[in-house]
Design a protein around this ligand. Structure first.
Ligand code: TRP
Length: 393
């Protein structure tokens, strides 16, 4: 796909275009999408209402933007139930660490709000989008990827994972039908950049991603209760939930609240996105990578350190382009340590090699723990999560 510079593009940006942006100006997107920055006042409110410390990804502006998070916190403060909705297009056998970010965050939100989590596995979406994979294969990948998702620690009693291919029907399909009735082809063309030469599956797809944002889609879970959704997502998915919020107005449904994240960059540079279809295999840390491979890949990652040690000690590193440092903003939770590293690396006291080693240790630990948790997931556990009624429990 050709690369575009989002900065110079004025019309609405759709998920395909956004993921291929050379430089993403996140602040411009916030304006364009009618979202709001998550500021300290909102984080204080979050901590007060949930009684939990704000996740470092909130504090470090990785989850940086929202719609109606404050209103949702008011609901929670009033004792109202909410639910979390997220999803995954099961596109590859081996997920990478960037894929884990939204699920680690959803699990955190589950704990913070003690909420039900609904996870859509969009095997249909990926089948429409790719020529090289069969429908059976997409469905199989939904289960493989679900193991990686479950390994993030979701509560089996409060988490519902479903494959669209197997599940769409009943109350969920009723909302899809309402969406299909109230959305025109021109709206889809305008918002998602699709046209009449796209497969109809792609054109109708947004309806399938939007419908689970409403509790009325899951009668067997929420019965007739009106429960508001909180949807954490990569900013590239924001367009779906703008449509969802317009639809909520029309149907008098509760408007979903959203939280948006930035992209985890690829290892070759800060202005790339970690992608399993990248032509550069060294740009991606797969969950299946071993310690040696992780060390090698991080060793090759783009550094903001200076070329010679003398120069580095004198001038320090450019943290804004240093991939290993940027990864520490994601994966080093300890704020004191992180602050120390920020000071010492930018002033040249710490070297690029030291930063990379700290990151390697963290990622090896993360990937190993993940593997261990994933290995515990057998057919019975999978069935528990995919059982929309939880009747068998
Ligand atoms: N479209 C998303 C992807 O390509 C998957 C997805 C389905 C999703 N439903 C969602 C993401 C709800 C966020 C929220 O991976």
């Amino acid at each position: 796909m050709s690369q575009i510079d989002c900065d110079t593009k004025d019309e609405v940006i759709n998920p395909q275009e956004l993921t291929s942006c050379k430089v993403v100006d996140y602040m411009k997107l916030v304006d364009k999408f009618g979202c709001h920055i998550i500021d300290n006042t909102l984080l204080e409110k979050f901590e007060k209402v949930t009684g939990k410390k704000a996740h470092v990804w909130l504090k470090r502006n990785i989850y940086f933007s929202h719609q109606d998070l404050d209103t949702l916190l008011d609901l929670v403060a009033d004792g109202k139930e909410i639910f979390i909705y997220t999803g995954r297009g099961p596109s590859s056998n081996s997920m990478h660490i960037g894929h884990l970010v939204p699920f680690m965050f959803a699990k955190y939100l589950q704990d913070a709000f003690n909420a039900i989590v609904i996870i859509q596995m969009s095997d249909d979406e990926k089948y429409y989008a790719r020529d090289s994979v069969s429908l059976d294969e997409c469905n199989k990948l939904a289960y493989e990827n679900a193991k990686d998702i479950i390994a993030c620690g979701f509560n089996p009693l409060k988490t519902f994972i479903f494959s669209n291919l197997e599940t769409v029907g009943g109350s969920l399909f009723r909302n899809i039908v309402h969406l299909m009735k109230t959305t025109t082809g021109n709206q889809i063309k305008g918002a998602y950049g699709l046209n009449l030469s796209n497969p109809i599956g792609q054109i109708t797809w947004p309806m399938f991603q939007i419908a689970p944002a409403f509790s009325s889609s899951f009668e067997n879970i929420f019965h007739k209760k009106n429960v508001t959704a909180l949807i954490p997502m990569g900013i590239d998915q924001a367009v779906y939930f703008r449509t969802a919020r317009d639809f909520a107005d029309k149907m008098k449904y509760p408007k979903p609240a959203t939280i948006h994240s930035k992209f985890l960059p690829g290892l070759e540079g800060i202005n790339t996105k970690m992608s399993s279809t990248s032509t550069n295999a060294n740009s991606v840390i797969f969950l299946s990578d071993n310690a040696v491979t992780i060390k090698k890949k991080i060793g090759l990652s783009f550094s903001g350190g200076k070329n010679t040690l003398i120069e580095h000690r004198l001038l320090g590193a450019d943290l804004s382009v240093d991939v290993a440092y940027q990864y520490l903003t994601y994966f080093l939770e300890d704020d004191d340590k992180f602050q120390q590293i920020t000071t010492d690396y930018s002033s040249g006291i710490m070297t690029s090699g030291q930063i990379k080693q700290i990151l390697v240790d963290l990622l090896v630990e993360l990937v190993n723990t993940h593997k261990k948790n994933r290995d515990l997931i057998d057919a019975i556990v999978l069935r528990q999560f995919f059982d929309m009624t939880k009747n068998d429990l």
